[in-house]
Design a protein around this ligand. Structure first.
Ligand SMILES: Nc1ncnc2c1ncn2[C@@H]1O[C@H](COP(=O)(O)OP(=O)(O)OP(=O)(O)O)[C@@H](O)[C@H]1O
Length: 243
């Protein structure tokens, strides 16, 4: 049994020009944990995920995934993780089914499994529709299905439910809970505090490139003496607009 953390992040920093997007971030995610990264617009959530996923090189610090360094990227590690890419990262001019079967083929995953993933995100009826003709929510569900098709041990999702209708949102929650119950580690960012409270074992609240607080939602609510995770969020990050 491998007891190393699913994710171990130490002192990550990333600057874009004048903007210190990530400013010394450290955290650990245990295997099998459901972990949320929360924060206002521009807090550095996406950049943190990209550094942890090995899609960007940090200026400082390091991230380890499943015991291996995230950077430089390594093919054998990529097979073990799933990253929800933006719909713009689709192969051009393929139908939904061709799209997911292409991802499946990259990982030697049988077509039947690709078709089953399409079904699990409710896109079987759209299988012959080209990805640029899918609605925003449908394209997003396709991108999530593509990230999960090779049954990765560790899954990263950046705002997976933004723009989804209530049905798709609930169904995605069920899908992610099912994955997590089967032992997969899930890391997501979200702006929906109800979603984070319901799904996440622990959340990290970020602002201005730093993690302000980490803990199970119920513990944070109790520690701050408030009623909901949204209250925790607003108390820690304030109410003024961000970028
Ligand atoms: N490629 C880039 N080039 C320059 N600046 C960037 C780039 N990506 C992000 N930034 C800046 O870095 C900061 C952090 O952005 P990031 O996208 O990580 O935040 P976020 O928490 O994911 O925000 P949101 O909730 O709005 O998605 C912001 O100030 C943003 O403008």
């Amino acid at each position: 049994m491998d007891n190393t953390a699913a994710i171990a992040v130490e002192g990550l920093r990333k600057r874009y020009g004048d903007v210190q997007a990530v400013d010394g971030v450290s955290f650990e995610v245990a295997r099998g944990e459901f972990y949320g990264i929360l924060g206002p617009n521009g807090a550095g959530k996406t950049t943190t995920l990209e550094l942890v996923e090995g899609l960007r090189e940090p200026d400082e610090g390091s991230a380890r995934l499943l015991g291996e360094p995230a950077w430089p990227r390594r093919k054998d590690l990529l097979r073990r993780i799933g990253v929800q890419l933006q719909a713009s990262a689709f192969f051009e001019k393929l139908t939904a089914r061709e799209q997911i079967r292409t991802f499946a083929a990259l990982y030697d995953v049988p077509r039947e499994r690709a078709d089953a993933m399409l079904e699990s995100v409710g896109l079987t009826e759209k299988r012959d529709v080209r990805d640029d003709k899918l609605s925003g929510g449908q394209a997003q569900r396709l991108s999530i299905a593509c990230a999960l098709v090779h049954d990765p041990e560790l899954v990263f999702l950046d705002e997976p439910t933004t723009g989804l209708d209530p049905q798709a949102r609930r169904n995605l929650w069920d899908l992610l809970r099912g994955l997590n119950s089967a032992g997969r580690t899930v890391v997501l960012t979200t702006h929906y505090m109800d979603e984070a409270e319901l799904l996440c074992d622990r959340v990290a609240i970020m602002d201005a490139g730093r993690i302000l607080r980490v803990g199970p939602p119920a513990d944070l609510i109790r520690e701050l003496g408030v009623d909901t995770l949204e209250d925790v969020f607003l108390q820690l990050t304030g109410r003024e607009y961000r970028e």
